[in-house]
Design a protein around this ligand. Structure first.
Ligand code: ATP
Length: 203
């Protein structure tokens, strides 16, 4: 089974692309979705957060107090790394469990990792990387339409991610998502043909 790492900057269209692959029957493992699940009880991550940061980071209902944690990370340099040190290994072990379950049933799976190139966590697991790419202007436009964040806030998030050019250089395959959804669908269809062809050597 091939493991395709799907990545791209904020608002580039990763979730949209993942949905199109899912509609073709491809299993999707989404690290963001796993992280979200781990923020709600019962979860090993919450137990570790309570021990590492204190019980006051946990809400009455047992879930993560996100606002409190966000403020803490903003004010404390090492807090982000400490939090990632809790989440990343737990996410990775769930990813590996899910990959094992899929292994015998499908030619390939899509592993969605927004910061695939920024972190090394999955470089030894994936067979190929697939980048969803669009202009920075389009990223800002799409995120703004979806979230109502200010241009400056979106630009700050983009500035914290790898620059577009560097991502393009690192990617094995690229979907340019700068036009219609119909165009996106046809890009997904042709990649799907290649990914499920076991004889394809990707030269
Ligand atoms: P994030 O990094 O924030 O999770 P993402 O990379 O998963 O974002 P999506 O959520 O798939 O991006 O897309 C961002 C927004 O842009 C969504 O509202 C989506 O519907 C829209 N969108 C994506 N691609 C296109 C397209 N080709 N045409 C029109 N709208 C699009």
């Amino acid at each position: 089974m091939r493991i395709i790492g799907l990545t791209g900057g904020i608002g580039s269209g990763k979730s949209t692309v993942a949905t199109l692959f899912a509609e073709l029957g491809v299993p999707i493992i989404d690290t963001d979705e796993i992280a979200h699940t781990l923020s709600h009880p019962p979860s090993e991550a919450l137990k570790q957060i309570a021990l590492e940061f204190g019980q006051h980071f946990i809400e009455q209902n047992g879930s993560l107090n996100r606002a409190h944690m966000r403020a803490h990370i903003y004010a404390n340099k090492d807090a982000k790394m400490r939090l990632e040190n809790i989440f990343h290994p737990l996410i990775k072990s769930i990813v590996i469990q899910r990959l094992d379950i899929q292994a015998a049933h499908t030619p390939y799976v899509l592993l969605v990792v927004p910061l695939l190139f920024e972190t090394n966590t999955y470089s030894n697991i994936i067979d190929r990387s697939l980048l969803v790419d669009c202009s920075v202007e389009q990223q800002i436009e799409r995120v703004q339409a979806r979230s109502g964040l200010k241009n400056t806030e979106i630009a700050a998030i983009i500035a914290n991610q790898l620059p577009r050019k560097a991502r393009i250089q690192l990617a094995d395959d690229i979907i340019l998502n700068e036009s219609s959804l119909a165009h996106l669908q046809s890009s997904v269809n042709s990649l799907h043909e290649r990914y499920q062809d076991q004889t394809c050597r990707f030269t």
